[in-house]
Structures are given as C-alpha cells and as structure tokens.
Design a protein. Sequence first.
Length: 175
Amino acid sequence: MTDKDLDIIFDASSLDTRIAEMAAEISSDYDGKNILAVCVLRGAFIFAADLLRKITADVTLDYLEVTRYGNSDKPEENLKLISDLSHSAEGRHILVIEDIIDEGITLSAVRSLLLKRNPASIRICALFDKPEHRRADISGDYIGFRVPDRFVIGFGMDYKQRYRNIPYLAAVKAQ
C-alpha cells in the first residue's frame, strides 16, 4: 500500500498540535499527583510516547497488552490479556492511554480490569474516537479527534499488524 492508496485524515502536524494540547490539559488536571499511565498495546504506543514526552506532571509508565483482533481485521468478542501491568494499581491515579475508542468493548474490559485493583482514580485518554460504532457504554476523558466511520490505519493503528509506522492517520481509498 502506498500513499496514493490512502486518504489522509489527520496529518502529522495536526496530530502533534492536538497531542500537545491534550498533554497540557492532563498536566494541569494531575498537577501534584503521580500518574500511572497505562498504555494499551499495541496500537497506543506511538501516541503514548508522544503524549508522555509533553506531560509535565509526574508519570510512571506501564503497559497492558490486550487484543480482540489478533491477525484479523474482524474483532473477536472476548478480550485476551496478553501482558499485564508490572506496577500495582492500588491507590494510584490511572490514566489509560488508548489509540481509538471504537466499539468500546476493549476499553470497557480494560477499565473493569483496572477498577478491580482499587485505583484512586481512572481517566481515559484516546487520540481518536469513533462513536458511531460504540457498543459499550464508555467514553474518554481526553479525546484528540473524532474520526469518520472508516477503517483507519497509521500512527500506531494497524491492518493485520502492518502500517503502524505511518506518521499520520489514514483510511484506504475506496476502490
């Protein structure tokens, strides 16, 4: 797939600007608190790296690796926990960092998993939101952009584990 096969939805400059705005808001909200930033792998890792470099509050980083897709473009119903946190969540201010809130099933399951660990608070930060597909009652506290109802790739999001490295958000052009 080449750039000519893609519709660019948000370019790299727009993403960087919005991430800086989100980081400033998060830094203000968490001033004086230690954040346990939980990056949901794999899709959110690029966003998390860019966001965390811009947050001025005290941050500890951890990861959860979960999947509903595997190597397919069709989601499975049940969430699979591949890798758990290495830090305790008890009494911590958790900021879940996700690439996109789509159906919300994955994020809802992640939030439920973390709530069982008695955190002081949980907030959700997602760079992209696609509310047209929402099947779970969940929303983000910090949202970068609303995206059209299309399958998107780039900036950490993939198609069968490919195209995560595209530095912008795109959708495949209609054939």
